[in-house]
Ligand binder design. Structure first.
Ligand code: GDP
Ligand code: MG
Length: 192
């Protein structure tokens, strides 16, 4: 069991442009997670590049996921995972700087995992109904790759606790994060 965690969510340019800021934010608020910092930000390429850091594990995982999606569609892939990952990273940086994003930090018990559950699978086409990606989009690997763009899945959410801490520090200063109490916390976190 983990104590209270913090995680970063970005409503990506497609979510902001489609007027979904309120709907998306309410999904997290209503489950009890606490917003401890929030802003609109217009990222430059430096911030976007630091966010999608060219970490070797990430490049390999994203490349592998993309390769599997290609192969499922019957396409033969000669390129290495890293090369595919680098191409997706370049597309992601362009996408993130396209127009403003809304960034917020959520705090709560198991926040990282729970937020990922609410967000859903990377490709909206695979994301379950009831998740944000599943409810608000039907984009897919096939459609995105055909247009040489990243999958437009409305949201970024940190994948792991250490990833969350790195990303929170990238988007927020300590002064922009606030300590306060939701009323339901008295019930959730009281000592037994
Ligand atoms: P997430 O944590 O679920 O957002 O997914 P990842 O960290 O694996 O990838 C980051 C982002 O890259 C995703 O949210 C998508 O926007 C995009 N992306 C990931 N995999 C692919 C892919 O195979 N093809 C394309 N076109 N975009 C991808
Ligand atoms: Mg990720």
């Amino acid at each position: 069991m983990s104590a209270k965690e913090r995680t970063l969510v970005l409503i990506k340019p497609d979510g902001v442009q489609r007027g979904l800021i309120g709907d998306i934010l309410s999904r997290f608020e209503r489950c009890g997670l606490k917003v401890i910092g929030m802003k609109m930000a217009y990222a430059d390429e430096k911030l976007a590049g630091d966010h999608y850091i060219a970490d070797e594990d990430w490049l390999d995982t994203v490349g592998e996921k993309a390769r599997k999606a290609y192969e499922q569609r019957g396409a033969k892939v000669e390129r290495k995972n890293r090369e595919i990952g680098l191409e997706i990273r370049e597309q992601l940086i362009k996408y993130l700087v396209m127009s403003p994003v809304v960034a917020f930090v959520l705090e709560g018990h198991n926040a990282v995992k729970h937020v990922r559950k609410i967000v859903g699978a990377t490709s909206p086409g695979d994301a379950a109904p009831g998740t944000i990606r599943g409810d608000y989009s039907f984009d897919s690997y096939a459609l995105a790759d055909k247009s040489k763009r990243p999958i437009q899945n409305l949201i970024h959410a940190s994948g792991e606790v250490d990833e969350a801490e790195r990303e929170i520090n990238l988007w927020f200063t300590d002064k922009e994060l606030h300590s306060w109490q939701r009323t339901d916390e008295a019930l959730l976190y009281r000592k037994g």
